[in-house]
Structures are given as structure tokens and as C-alpha cells.
Design a protein around this ligand. Structure first.
Ligand code: AMP
Ligand code: ZN
Length: 197
């Protein structure tokens, strides 16, 4: 599996400036990438968007990932969710999902806000697809509910994450199980065409 897991990130890697996993920190400060900012968060455009619209909402507070989120971050996560909703409202003709990857590869907590057309040349692999369409994707509302009710975000084991990412391809809109990514990408276009009609 090519995907780099957070557990593979050594302490030295996370502290190395310019390391690939710190790319979001650089983008947060780049006016070209920034979409919105307030005293708590920055919104950037995903550099390798996996759909027509793909944003990342990042806190200014240095939280490494969803795995470090604690009950005291509840208000911050609610705020990130509200900011995400504000972005979605601007695109009335698109459906969106908002959530966190259970085992992210990039540093700094980031909330994915992504349109469900999944129409993008950057969406290439089974892992890309499964990272948004299986329980590997932790929906923001579920995360907030867990924090509120249980005081923590449920931890998904690295093995379970790998299993989700390796799940057989399945369309997110119907029961079709395409045999490979090119077939899936051809198929999801038919859903977009139907929506336009
Ligand atoms: P993940 O850590 O798996 O939740 O996802 C990291 C996301 O960051 C992916 O969707 C990447 O396309 C995106 N990404 C990677 N590098 C950059 C960068 N330098 N600036 C903005 N987005 C990036
Ligand atoms: Zn389908």
C-alpha cells in the first residue's frame, strides 16, 4: 500500500520543516490557496482536489490530527463545521460531505469539505475513493456528536483503516461494484449527467 499512515510518521519527520506532511501548513499561509480566514481557522483549497469542489478547514491551534482531538476542542470543531456549512451553502447546485480521514497523512487537523461529484483528474486510486466513501471518512456531525456524548472521538485501529481503504470499489450512489477505477470514473459521470437532466 502506497498511502503513508500517520503511524509511519516518525517524530523527526513531523518536526522537519519542508517535509511533505507539513504541506498544509505552508498552504495555510499562501494567499493563493486561502479561501477564508477568521481568528480560529483558515480555509484553503485542496491542492489535489478529488472533486469539483474540495476545501480544507484547518484550525490555527496546532492540533496534529483528529486522533489528538479532545473534549475541550468541541467548540472549535463545531465552529469548523459551521464554516464548512457556510462554504457548502454557496454551492446550491452541488451535494457535499464534510468530515475527517480516520488516519490522515498530512499534519494539522483538517476538515474535508468535498462535493460528491468526485469528478477530478486527481481522484486516481482505490484509496482515494475509499477514503471518502467508507467509514474511513468520519462525518463531521458524527465526530461532534461523539465528542459531546462520549467525550472523545472513537479511535479506529490502523488495521481497520487499511481494511476500509482496501474495500472493493462501490459506487456511492447505487449498488454497482465497478471492477477498477477507470470503470468507476466512467460510471459516476452517468450520475452527474442524470442530475443535470
Ligand atoms: P488526508 O491527510 O489524507 O486527510 O488528506 C490530505 C489532503 O491534503 C489531501 O486531500 C491532499 O490532496 C491535500 N494536500 C496535500 N498537499 C497539500 C498542499 N500542499 N496544500 C493543500 N492541500 C494539500
Ligand atoms: Zn452508481
Amino acid at each position: 500500500m502506497k498511502r503513508k499512515f500517520e503511524s509511519d510518521m516518525s517524530k523527526s519527520a513531523t518536526s522537519k520543516k519542508g517535509h511533505w506532511s507539513a504541506g498544509l501548513l505552508t498552504s495555510m499561509e499562501d494567499p493563493e490557496c486561502m479561501v477564508k480566514e477568521d481568528d480560529k481557522i483558515v480555509v484553503i483549497k485542496d491542492k489535489y482536489p478529488k472533486a469539483q469542489f474540495h476545501y480544507l478547514v484547518l484550525p490555527k491551534e496546532n492540533i496534529l490530527s483528529i486522533r489528538q482531538v479532545k473534549k475541550n476542542h468541541q467548540d472549535l470543531l463545531m465552529h469548523m463545521h459551521e464554516v464548512a456549512r457556510g462554504l457548502v451553502e454557496k454551492h446550491t447546485d452541488h451535494e457535499f460531505i464534510m468530515g475527517y480521514h480516520a488516519m490522515p497523512s498530512m499534519q494539522r487537523l483538517h476538515l474535508h469539505v468535498i462535493s460528491t461529484d468526485f469528478c477530478s483528474p486527481c481522484l486516481k486510486t482505490k484509496y482515494h475513493w475509499n477514503s471518502f466513501t467508507t467509514p474511513f471518512f468520519l462525518h463531521s456531525s458524527d465526530v461532534s456528536r461523539q465528542l459531546h456524548e462520549e467525550g472523545e472521538v472513537k479511535n479506529i485501529s490502523p488495521q481497520k483503516c487499511k481494511d476500509y481503504l482496501n474495500t472493493q470499489l462501490k459506487c456511492h450512489k447505487c449498488t454497482l461494484q465497478p471492477k477498477n477505477m477507470p470503470a468507476l470514473k466512467r460510471h459516476i459521470l452517468t450520475h452527474i449527467d442524470k442530475q443535470k437532466q
